[in-house]
Design a binder for this molecule. Structure first.
Ligand code: NAP
Length: 249
């Protein structure tokens, strides 16, 4: 496939899960992809797995100097950025009664502050007609106990899509969100202390999905690829759920 032939993309959080599946699909479709994440070893593994037309850049999206270094590299090597996928995100389940300032700041720091400046600092590199996809979550429309802070960060992401679509319309930059339902990635393990507990998290989410299973990262990547491509040339400001029908029924 050559849907993205000659296109340059950045995928934050491209070393794992949904970001990795997206980066892989973009490369298969002809793009040159920069993946960003904090852990160098994970980046190296992902680069090896994808194989070609991919570069890993160590970058914490909370760190402005890291973001500037990432985009300086893209500018020097490629001169332009056609597609940005702001996907880096974390979850730290805590009920309202348990929520600590540290956890609140950490989750908002990555999912909202980090995402905001990931997009802001990319703006000078984006040509007219570029595509931005933000990874939200169906959590923003649900009331899932323990996910208050996380869900609020994703509601912010959904809101950004509307405002930024309006702000960037003169440049015809299309910004859309994808809201995954429960997807089988390492983020599931980060929510539980043991493998057994993580399996329970997976099973309880699967039971809440009409399809009776959790999703695969590749199923989300396909939606991201669609919104980033010319196939979605008249789609802007939307949030596309990829959730096996979880919020629809
Ligand atoms: P994942 O496998 O844990 O991947 C998260 C990625 O984000 C990793 O590459 C991680 O790399 C990176 N990351 C985390 N903090 C970062 C930071 N401060 N700076 C740069 N990169 C950072 O999780 P995933 O499930 O693929 O999640 C991807 C996105 O989908 C997230 O926004 C998540 O909220 C969203 N989502 C996931 C699900 C699901 O069920 N899996 C559902 C709804 C929404 P490092 O740790 O090395 O930095």
């Amino acid at each position: 496939m050559s849907k993205f032939l000659g296109k340059v993309a950045v995928v934050t959080g491209g070393s794992s899960g949904i970001g990795l599946a997206t980066a892989k699909l973009f490369v298969e479709e002809g793009a040159f992809v920069y993946i960003a994440g904090r852990r160098q070893a994970e980046l190296d593994k992902a680069v090896q797995e994808i194989g070609h037309n991919v570069v890993g850049v160590q970058c914490d999206v909370q760190n402005m100097a890291d973001l500037e270094r990432l985009y300086a590299k893209v500018r020097t090597e490629r001169g332009v950025l056609d597609i940005l996928v702001a996907n880096s995100g974390i979850v730290d389940p805590q009920s309202l009664a348990e929520t600590t300032e540290e956890s609140f700041d950490k989750v908002f720091g990555v999912n909202v502050r980090g995402l905001t400046f990931t997009v802001q600092k990319a703006l000078p590199l984006l040509p007219d007609g570029a595509a931005i996809v933000l990874i939200a979550s169906i959590a923003w429309v649900k009331g899932i106990p323990g996910y208050g802070t996380y869900s609020a960060t994703k509601a912010a992401v959904r809101s950004f899509v509307r405002t930024w679509t309006a702000e960037l319309k003169e440049r015809r930059i299309r910004i859309n969100a994808v809201s995954p339902g429960p997807i089988d990635t390492p983020i599931m393990d980060s929510q539980a202390p043991t493998k057994e507990a993580a399996d329970q998290v997976r099973a309880s989410f699967a039971a809440a999905v009409p399809f009776g299973r959790i999703g695969r990262p590749e199923e989300v990547a396909a939606a991201v690829s669609f919104l980033a491509s010319a196939d979605a040339s008249f789609i802007a400001g939307v949030d596309l759920p990829v959730d096996g029908g979880m919020i629809a029924v």
